[in-house]
Each structure stands twice: as C-alpha cells, then as structure tokens.
Design a protein around this ligand. Structure first.
Ligand code: HEC
Length: 495
C-alpha cells in the first residue's frame, strides 16, 4: 500500500505543471487579497496545477427567477449549467456525476445563493467530477458547499459569507481542488477538508472565521498561497479522534500568509473548535509528516505555530485507534515576527519558565517524535528541545497533490449511498435520541419499523404532521433507489 502511494505521488509530481490556472478574482477583491500574496510569491501562479473537469455535454442556462435545482435534474453527466446573476433561494443537490455549475458574473453582478438564515446548505453534492464556481453564497445555516463522497471536484472562485458551520466542506472525497475562494463569518472552519485524500487548497482568502483552513483526518494535502487573517485560528492540521478515518499525514503548509488571527472564538459551545485559543496562527494536532515552509506568520497573539498532541487539546473523545501524537513534523524556513503578544494563561505559564513574558513563535507541547526544525534559534520557542535540525531544504519538487488522472468513478453500492445521504443530509436535522430540527431517529424507527418504503415515500413528499415542528423539506432530488437506501439506513442506525 505504501509503495503504491509513493508511486502515485511520483506520478503527480511529474504530471503537474502542465496545467495553467485561470485567475478569476473579482475586481473588488483583487485589491485586498491578491496584492500581498503576489508580492511575496512571485511566480506562484506559474506553479498552480489547476484542474478542470471536462464539459462535453450540453449547456443549460438558468436565469433569475428560475431554479438551479431544476437544471440539475434535467442535466446529464458532462453538462454545463450556467447561472446568470440574480438571487436564488434554494438548496441545490447534485447526486449525479460530471456536472459543472458555473456562475456568470456580469459587471460585478454575481449569481447569489441566499439562505435567509432559514436554509441549511447551498450546494450539497455527492456526484463525482463536480465543479462549482463563481457564486456568492450567503446566510445559510449549515454549509456553503458540502461534498459527501464525490471525487475529482473543483470548488473555485466562490464568495461565501455567513454560511453557517462550514463554508466549504468536502468530506470523503479524493482528488479535489479548492482555489480562489473568499470566506468569512463561518462558525467553525471556513475551509474544512474532512477525511479526504489528494487535495490542493490554494489562493483562498479566509478571514473573520473561527478556523480559517482545517485539514482533518486527511492525507496528501497541499495548503499553499492562502491568505488567512483575523480568524481565531489560521491554518489547522488535525487528527480529530472518534471519526471513521483515523489518520492525517503528508500535509504541506507553505507560502501562506497567516496574519493577526486574533478574532474572538465564536464557535458553538461544546464544539472542538470552540476550544481553540484565539490568537493561533498554525496548529498541528496529532497529524504526522506535516511540513510547514515559507509562510509569513505574524501578529498571532497566542502563538505563531502550535504543535500539540491530543492530551493538550481539550474536550476530545478517547479513541484508541488514532495515534494522539504529532510525529515527524518539519518546520522549514518561515518568516515569523511579532507573535505571542497576548498569550493565554497556560502558554504564559510555560513561557515564564524561560523568563519570557511574550508568547512564542513556535510552541510544541505533548508527545511526538522524529520532528525537526531549521535554525531553531531564529525563533522564540517553547518545547523544541527534542527537535533535530531538518535536512530537507524545501518542498519545491512537490507541485501539487492532485492526481495526474481523475479517479475512475467508483461503483458505490446502494447501501453506501444510503449511508452517505443519511450523514450528508438527514443527520443535519435528525439526531439519534434528541430533538433537533426534526424528531429523533429513534422516534422515527418506532414509527416505521420494517417499513423503509414508508419512509422513502414520506421524504419524497413530506406532509406536515407535527404542529410543534417545522415542515420537512422534500427530498425528491434523491433517486428512488437512494430514498429507499437512506430509509433502510435510518432504520439501522444505533447511535
Ligand atoms: C431541514 C431539516 C430536515 C432534513 C434535512 C430532514 N428532515 Fe426529516 N423531518 C424534519 C422535520 C422538521 C420533521 C417533522 C415534520 C412534521 O412532523 O411535520 C421530519 C420528519 C421526518 C420523518 C417522520 C415522518 C412521519 O411520518 O412522522 C421521517 C421518516 C424523516 N423526517 C426522514 C428523513 C430522512 C430520511 C431525511 C434525509 C434524507 C430527512 N428526514 C431529512 C426535518 C428534516
């Protein structure tokens, strides 16, 4: 398995660089976002890998007043849906392969998905080879763009404002490109890569969120040329215990601006991210083989870079299957200045042991082995005693972690589709034993015992049954097969 991964990696490295990238910054944003990034990393776009899903089908146009979902229902794999400026109040579900949804921006007029703080998600996809670009997405309660299991995705040039818990959240997807998006006002991670492989996250601007960019339980991720500022935490590489995928490794964080991430943490009480100390630049928790290189990390009041194990991360569930320690972290050359101006008490106490009143540029706490740093003495640091001098000078040979060829669409069993639809859609409103937006799953199990078809029929065209609950939105975008599969899955869950 390991050799296979190495082979894939080698293939990626050779294949990259032959693409060019389109720079689609909207005019308004260019002045704030593009300028500093371009100055420090000239030539960065030359190295941009890019990825374009082929559009070989028909073009379907959607104009103000029409429905994007109806266009998706009509579309076949390979089709391009072009959406003209206007305000669209809907959740768009994409459960077929090869769909591209492209906003048409005319003189700074964007097509806008408006959630009015009533709708949960803007785009929810499970199909492979999905592209969404050029949208303004605002005021959703759950997620801006969420993926469940789709591979080969491109999420590009979207402007995501106050979109709830996660701004861009691909989950269980291999081979994805997230670039040139702008995200703000997100209550958890603005860009949240969860349980994915082979991901490039580049040229995004994230500010005013709880966490800027989070790579969680994912592997082979490149986080590059992003501009993260004024979040509570800038860039995170985490293993979160208790999830079905147990590892996070081979993550490169390079050429990013990580500035003044001192926003108050407004994460939902009880969430892991709400424990994040405001003032954190880059945080690595339990992830392995993370390389941090050539970032500009400045003005983060608690610490510039924090490397921690699970013991120090508060509120985590105990998961014997995931290794709690960050191993083989490599901190190469980074430009770090003015971090640690107002550390949290715990960090202050640590720094006091070395007579410093300021917080550190780099803080390492807890277990882990095999880590290294270049020129340790350049930085104000704590806990780097067992870090050796790094031998590697740079990661220049790695241009992208995208696969040279899109992954073949896997044959997904009906059962798997049901599971993915359940966790992707239903679990947002139905918890197992407590009331959320909808009644608890155990209540539904009691009502529909041995009758999955009954559930499948209900969700296709829900009727309003309970006066003390809102109406359930119809799930008629799911194919009849998936509706039955999700019903069966709902009847089988036990927690
Ligand atoms: C946006 C929130 C939301 C989502 C998403 C959602 N539901 Fe519901 N669901 C509700 C609400 C609210 C009710 C209660 C409606 C009522 O009683 O009028 C409900 C009720 C139900 C019921 C009870 C029907 C009955 O006869 O009493 C079933 C079954 C159900 N949902 C299944 C599902 C499945 C399966 C999914 C995922 C495909 C799903 N729901 C997604 C909010 C949601």
């Amino acid at each position: 398995m390991k050799t296979l991964l190495k082979l894939l990696l080698a293939v990626c490295i050779f294949a990259a660089g032959i693409f060019t990238s389109r720079f689609l910054w909207p005019e308004k944003v260019a002045s704030t976002a593009q300028a500093p990034v371009a100055k420090l990393f000239q030539g960065a776009t030359k190295r941009s890998s890019g990825m374009n899903n082929t559009k070989e089908g028909k073009v379907i146009e959607v104009r103000n007043g029409e429905s994007i979902q109806q266009a998706v229902t009509k579309a076949a794999p390979g089709d391009l849906i072009r959406v003209y400026p206007g305000t669209y109040k809907e959740t768009v579900y994409i459960d077929k392969d090869g769909i591209t949804i492209q906003g048409v921006i005319i003189k700074d007029e964007w097509p806008t998905l408006e959630g009015d703080k009533k709708l949960n998600d803007a785009f929810l996809y499970s199909g492979n080879n999905f592209t969404v670009e050029n949208f303004r997405i605002q005021n959703f309660k759950g997620n801006g763009i969420m993926g469940q299991g789709g591979n080969n995705y491109v999420l590009r040039n979207n402007w995501i404002i106050n979109a709830g818990v996660y701004g861009i959240f691909p989950e269980f997807g291999t081979n994805g490109l997230i670039e040139h998006n702008i995200l703000t006002g997100i209550e958890d991670a603005a860009i949240y890569v969860g349980m994915c492989d082979n991901i490039d996250v580049r040229h995004n601007q994230v500010y005013g969120n709880v966490a800027g960019i989070e790579i969680e339980n994912s592997r082979h991720a490149l986080v590059e040329d992003n501009y993260t500022y004024d979040n509570a935490g800038g860039i995170l590489a985490f293993i979160t215990p208790g999830l079905p995928v147990k590892t996070a490794y081979d993550i490169i964080i390079r050429n990013n601006y990580v500035l003044n991430n001192n926003h108050v943490n407004f994460g939902a009480a009880g969430s892991i991210v709400s424990q994040l100390p405001a003032g954190s630049g880059v945080i690595v928790m339990a992830a392995d083989d993370v390389i941090i290189e050539n970032n500009f990390i400045s003005g983060n009041n608690n610490s510039g870079i924090t490397i921690t194990d699970h013991k120090y991360g508060a509120n985590l569930s105990n998961d014997p299957e995931s290794d709690p320690n960050p191993d083989r972290i490599q901190i190469l050359d980074n430009f770090m200045t003015d971090n640690g101006n107002k550390p949290i008490d715990r960090v202050k106490a640590l720094m006091a042991t070395q007579m410093s009143t300021k917080g550190p540029d780099i803080l390492a706490v807890g277990g882990g082995s095999g880590s290294c740093i270049r020129d340790k003495n350049r930085y104000r640091s704590f806990g780097l005693d067992n870090y050796s001098q790094c031998m590697m000078a740079s990661t220049d040979s790695i241009i992208s972690y995208l696969l040279a060829k899109p992954l073949e669409s896997p044959v997904v069993s009906g059962e798997m589709k049901g599971k993915m639809a359940f966790y992707g859609v239903c679990s947002g409103c139905h918890a197992f034993s407590v009331r959320m937006v909808g009644p608890p799953t155990i209540t539904i199990q009691a009502l529909y015992k041995d009758n999955p078809q009954g559930i499948a029929d209900y969700i296709n065209k829900p009727t309003h049954k309970r006066a003390d609950y809102p109406e359930m939105p119809p799930q008629n975008y799911l194919t009849p097969e998936t509706r039955v599969a999700v019903a069966k899955f709902m009847l089988s869950v036990t927690k």
